[in-house]
Design a protein around this ligand. Structure first.
Ligand code: ZN
Length: 238
C-alpha cells in the first residue's frame, strides 16, 4: 500500500505523521507531498534561503518517519486556487499511484490548507480518467481520501488511528522544523520555549483524540462520504 500525505507547507504532515510512521513500520510506502517549501514563514531569513532550510528540515522530518518527500514549488501563502493546483495533483496521483491520500479537509480555515484540500480531493476523480491526457497513465482505482484538520462546519472525525506506539517518532519528526517553531512561531521574548510548548500542546491534543477513541494516543480523520470501505486499508484503532 502506498500512502500519500498532501499538505501545503513543511510541518503540515504533523496532523498525520504518527499514522505515516505506523504504516511504514508495517511495511507500507509513504510519500509526503507539500505544495510549497514554506518560503514566507520567518522574521529575518529571506525566502530563497528559508525555502532551502525548510526543505532540509522536511527531509530530516520525513526520514525519521520513514517517508519520501516531494515538493510542488508553489509559493507559500499564494497557493493557487482551482485548475492549476488540481492539475498538479492529478499528476501527483498518476506518478505516485497512491492507495490512500491523507490531506486537509476542504473546509479548514487557512487559505493555503483549504485550497490544497479542495484540489487534492477534486483531482482524484480526474486522475482516473484515461481521456484526460497529461502524459502520465491514468491511475485507477481512484484514491481514497481521508481528511485531517478541523473543518469550520464542525464535522467530527469518523476515523481514529491508534498512534500510541509512534508518539515518540512523531514528536522527534516534528522537532526538526526548527526554523518554524523554535525561531518564527513565537514572540521574541519567549525564544527557545515555543517549540517545547507546542510539543506539550500536541501531546495533549493527540492524547485527547486517543481518549475519544479508547486508546492512548490517536490521530483523527474524516472519511469521504460513501468511501467507508476504505477503513479496511486504514483500519480504525477499534
Ligand atoms: Zn501549513
Amino acid at each position: 500500500m502506498h500512502i500519500v500525505l498532501i499538505g501545503a507547507h513543511p510541518d503540515d504532515e504533523t496532523f498525520a505523521s504518527g499514522t505515516i510512521a505506523k504504516y511504514v513500520d508495517r511495511g507500507h510506502r509513504a510519500t509526503i507531498v507539500h505544495a510549497t517549501r514554506g518560503g514566507k514563514g520567518h522574521w529575518e531569513i529571506h525566502s530563497d534561503e528559508l525555502r532551502e532550510i525548510r526543505s532540509r528540515e522536511m527531509t530530516k522530518a520525513a526520514e525519521i518517519l520513514g517517508a519520501e518527500v516531494m515538493f510542488l514549488d508553489f509559493e507559500d501563502a499564494s497557493v493557487p486556487q482551482g485548475d492549476v493546483l488540481r492539475e498538479a495533483f492529478v499528476n501527483v496521483y498518476r506518478k505516485l499511484k497512491p492507495d490512500i491520500v491523507l490531506t486537509f479537509h476542504p473546509q479548514v480555515s487557512r487559505d493555503d490548507h483549504r485550497r490544497v484540500g479542495e484540489a487534492a480531493s477534486d483531482a482524484s476523480l480526474k486522475a482516473s480518467l484515461p481521456l484526460h491526457v497529461t502524459g502520465l497513465q491514468a491511475h485507477r482505482p481512484e484514491p481514497d481520501i481521508f481528511f485531517f484538520g478541523a473543518p469550520i462546519s464542525g464535522q467530527e472525525p469518523d476515523t481514529y488511528i491508534d498512534v500510541t506506539d509512534y508518539m515518540d517518532v512523531k514528536i522527534e519528526s516534528f522537532r526538526q522544523h526548527v526554523s518554524q517553531w523554535h525561531e518564527w512561531g513565537k514572540p521574541r521574548e519567549e525564544q527557545g520555549d515555543y517549540l517545547e510548548r507546542l510539543v506539550e500542546r500536541y501531546t495533549h491534543r493527540f492524547r485527547e483524540l486517543g481518549r475519544k477513541s479508547g486508546v492512548g494516543y490517536a490521530e483523527a480523520f474524516i472519511g469521504r462520504p460513501g468511501r467507508k470501505y476504505a477503513h479496511d486499508l486504514l483500519p480504525s484503532s477499534r
